[in-house]
Design a protein around this ligand. Structure first.
Ligand code: TEU
Length: 543
């Protein structure tokens, strides 16, 4: 883990601070809580921890609305807590990656507050996208863009004298005004923020909405067309995503990262239409990694999984970047629920067959961890947590919730606080309850309940991560060789004498045993050179 290219095959664990561990009993997770659980993460066997935003924020979008990029929100702690967390992590050999939110600030950011207060003509307005409205009285938004959370991407301001004024752009919630990245002060400020956190000792950044910073000149209308389809399937023509200009920003950032010792990295959150477009973000002089959302979006289907894996490896090979796998995060339905039913997509409403979803999730994880490259885990997936699909409307906090039809804002379901113990009011999350209610069934899924149970998902993750550390060949390079296998079965060979078999079908399948069992998600007993692969299961073999 100390080597220069530590990130190429790193397993990185995403902590969602408000839902991980609550140190002060106010029902909200915090930095001291995370700090107290670092030994758990060390024992789990991950290389690094990515922390979702903990900055000063009104929490209109759970901290992705930053009011001060150099301060910790009091609800999470202080800069001293952050410093202690980084130090403790480093002492344990864990790296820390922080979330950077450069596409937009909070409307409570000093610049935006002053821009509003000073009124039209304020030079601070140039740091955002302020525009006069259309129509006789400027009563219509400047263009036809829609917010990703629903509704227009523009909100009208009031002038200091109370009259209706200009509009400002927000690709997300109205409380998240988009920065104007053409303005040099914005670029300067973020270079300075990078240095601030690098000086604090962080090992890298996860770049929020990395594909969104630059907008097409003139902010042209989308015209007819389903905007959501443009976002979902992507389209090179989208005037606010994946514009070529973003790459200049990342080249400047790479230079800064390289100035610091210790191989600091940046990973792009870029929802691009194709893996080839994603690869543009990880050129040798830009960011190091980019999440592979094409893989995240696949059905539980052998051919589809194989296609997504090949496409990602093929796209990354020419740029020399590691494929970066991810199955769950704080924006999508957890994979134990996604794979439970026939529906695909990132937002699933039904709970589905819990057992089926868990079996497939365990198999999908073993497949992911047998692939070359880096992998991101989302807190709680190592416990096999499902999404909580029946949260009452009144506890939901996702700003997308209820904004428009079709945008359901089901992201709260994957953000329910972690169960640590089998007993207690919030299953050990904290002494004062939890900001979202945990289902009763989570007692049996707690860290305490699973620890030491060899059949548990937690112990499966621990074993898989231990094996990955013991056999670095598992994550190394970019080579995957597909072996002949019956329909619905994947068999992939990795250099170093490893084979991973995945049976994606609902029935047991008999195949020639590829070698000796290294790790199995469900019990397998090879005999006479053959083995029966249980339904929806994966096995690692050494040959
Ligand atoms: O997400 C960017 C993004 O595009 C997501 O909104 C995604 O499309 C959606 O969640 C899928 O349902 C990032 C953060 O990860 C997310 O939590 C923030 O809400 C968003 O940026 C705004 O900062």
């Amino acid at each position: 883990a100390d080597c220069a290219d530590w990130w190429r095959d790193a397993v990185i664990y995403q902590v969602y601070p408000r839902s991980f561990a609550d140190g002060n009993g106010d029902g909200m997770g915090d930095l001291p809580g995370i700090r107290s659980r670092l030994p758990y993460l060390k024992e789990l066997g991950v290389d690094a921890v990515w922390l979702s935003p903990f900055y000063a924020s009104p929490q209109a979008d759970a901290g992705y609305d930053v009011a001060d990029y150099r301060a910790i929100d009091p609800m999470f702690g202080t800069l001293l807590d952050a410093d202690a967390l980084i130090r403790d992590a480093h002492d344990l050999g864990l790296r820390i990656i922080v979330d950077l939110v450069p596409n937009h600030s909070s409307d409570a950011h000093e610049w935006f507050k002053r821009a509003l207060k000073e009124g039209p003509g304020s030079p601070l307005r140039d740091r955002y996208h302020f525009r006069p409205g259309k129509g006789a009285d400027g009563e219509l938004p400047p263009n036809d863009w829609e917010s990703i959370f629903g509704g227009p991407a523009w909100t009208r301001t009031r002038n200091p004298d109370g009259t209706p004024g200009d509009w400002y752009l927000h690709l997300f919630a109205p409380e998240q005004p988009d920065f104007n990245w053409e303005h040099p002060a914005v670029a300067d400020e973020f270079r300075s923020i990078l240095r601030f956190w690098l000086d604090m000792g962080v090992d890298g950044f996860r770049i929020d909405v990395a594909h969104g910073l630059v907008k097409a000149a003139g902010l042209p209308d989308l015209g007819s067309g389903d905007q959501l389809k443009l976002l979902g399937s992507g389209d090179d023509g989208t005037p606010f995503f994946d514009q070529d200009g973003v790459h200049e920003i990342y080249r400047a950032w790479r230079t800064i990262l390289e100035e610091y010792p210790g191989d600091r990295i940046a990973v792009a959150e870029a929802w691009t239409p194709t893996v080839e477009r994603t690869a543009n973000y990880v050129r040798p002089d830009e960011l190091h990694q980019a999440f592979n959302f094409q893989y995240l979006g696949t059905h539980w289907d052998a051919a589809e999984l194989r296609r997504a894996i090949d496409a990602s490896l093929d796209a990354m090979r020419p740029v020399g970047a590691p494929a970066t796998w991810v199955l769950s995060n704080h924006d999508v339905t957890r994979h134990a629920t996604r794979f439970a039913g026939p529906a695909a997509g990132t937002q699933i409403r039904e709970a589905g067959d819990r057992e089926l979803g868990l079996r497939r999730a365990r198999a999908a994880t073993l497949l992911m961890l047998a692939l070359p490259g880096s992998a991101y885990l989302y807190q709680g997936e190592e416990l096999g947590l499902p999404d909580v699909t029946d949260l009452p409307d009144e506890v939901r906090q996702d700003p997308a919730f209820g904004r428009t039809e079709g945008q359901d804002g089901f992201r709260d379901g994957c953000r329910v606080p972690i169960p640590w113990t089998a007993e207690g009011p919030s299953y050990g999350f904290g002494a004062g309850g939890s900001w979202l209610p945990q289902p009763d069934s989570w007692a049996g899924l707690s860290v305490e309940a699973q620890t030491g149970d060899p059949d548990s998902t937690l112990e499966l993750y621990r074993s898989a991560l231990a094996a990955r550390r013991e056999h670095p060949a598992l994550g190394a390079g970019d080579a995957v060789e597909w072996l002949d296998a019956p329909e619905g079965v994947l068999a992939l060979r990795r250099p170093g004498g490893f084979v991973c078999t995945v049976n994606t079908t609902g029935a047991a399948v008999r195949i020639p045993a590829p070698g000796r069992v290294l790790l199995a998600g469900s019990a397998v007993e090879p005999a006479d050179g053959e083995v029966e692969l249980p339904a929806d299961s994966a096995v690692w073999w050494t040959v």
